[in-house]
Design a binder for this molecule. Structure first.
Ligand code: URA
Length: 278
């Protein structure tokens, strides 16, 4: 290669080099650093590959558990009554208002065909309040609690056993309306209606409560389902600061008179609690 050829080759190589450098410029006269020209691997979008959806972690579906039976019962049972003690006149007025509001109440839907709402009966300054389950046929006819066969036995228990007049007590039920065919009220029906019983207790504030049968005991003390009435007898329980004694329902005593002896023990405990017996 002669000198002329060599010079020509150098010229061509140098102009090629310049061209390559110019093509690598980013347009503002700066030469980009080599690594900025290589797209980072994450930015590489392969053709035809659909972008992946970001998947949220799957939540496990859990059904809301129904409240347990006992939690649908009174949630007041361990809360002391905060209302003031009312005068006889105030009690009369408040109870009359409550009763008149319930005259046309069908909130729990237990029996749209019932005849009478059975609110309660007796002294507003009672020696004891008896609480049964729900009115039966006779009560539904007359609008007064415990006036049928079971009612006659209850009256005997009070008058012949405790030696006080039925008029010195107050008698009512958890449900104010008769369930069809006297069936046991469901916990839902009881929970709806029993708020009126709770109000009755707040207004009357009896010195003691005697529950007749399992329904009223279960409701007022929120007794767990597995616990029997038998295991709750014989003790003085507490309902919001009021002593509560449990005994058998008079209807049960009519079916099984051998249990009357046990019921008599309960009445004696009740009498001791309210000062009728030493
Ligand atoms: N049984 C009850 O529980 N209440 C009544 O009033 C009558 C029968």
């Amino acid at each position: 290669m002669n000198i002329a050829e060599d010079s020509l080759r150098r010229l061509i190589l140098s102009s090629l080099k310049k061209r390559l450098l110019l093509e690598a410029h980013d347009g503002d006269g700066q030469i980009p650093a080599a690594d900025s020209l290589i797209p980072p691997p994450n930015d590489v979008v392969k053709p035809h590959e659909p972008a992946k959806k970001t998947q949220k972690p799957k939540k496990r579906r859990t059904s809301t558990p129904l409240p347990k039976l006992e939690s649908r019962m009174s949630d007041l049972h361990d809360k002391p009554i905060t209302q003031p003690k009312y005068t006889l006149e105030e009690k009369r007025e408040m109870l009359a208002n409550l009763a008149s509001r319930l005259e046309d109440c069908h909130e729990c839907g237990v029996n749209p065909d019932r005849n009478r709402m059975v609110f309660g009966d007796g002294s507003l300054e009672p020696k004891v309040m008896f609480v049964g389950e729900a009115p039966g046929a006779d009560e539904d006819e007359q609008g007064i609690p415990f006036v049928g066969r079971a009612g006659k036995l209850l009256t005997d228990m009070i008058e012949k056993g405790m030696k006080i007049s039925r008029d010195e007590t107050y008698i009512c039920n958890v449900l104010k309306c008769r369930p069809p065919s006297n069936r046991t009220p469901s916990p839902e029906e009881a929970a709806i209606c029993a708020k009126h019983l709770e109000r009755q207790i707040e207004i009357i504030r009896p010195p003691a409560i005697c529950t007749l049968g399992a329904s009223s005991l279960r409701y007022l003390l929120s007794v767990p389902v597995g616990r029997s009435l038998g295991s709750m007898r014989g003790d003085v329980h507490d309902y919001r600061g009021i002593p509560l004694i449990a005994t058998y329902h008079p209807s049960y005593l009519l079916r099984d008179p051998s249990k009357k002896r046990e019921a008599w023990k309960d009445l004696q405990l009740l009498m001791r609690t309210i000062g009728l017996l030493k």
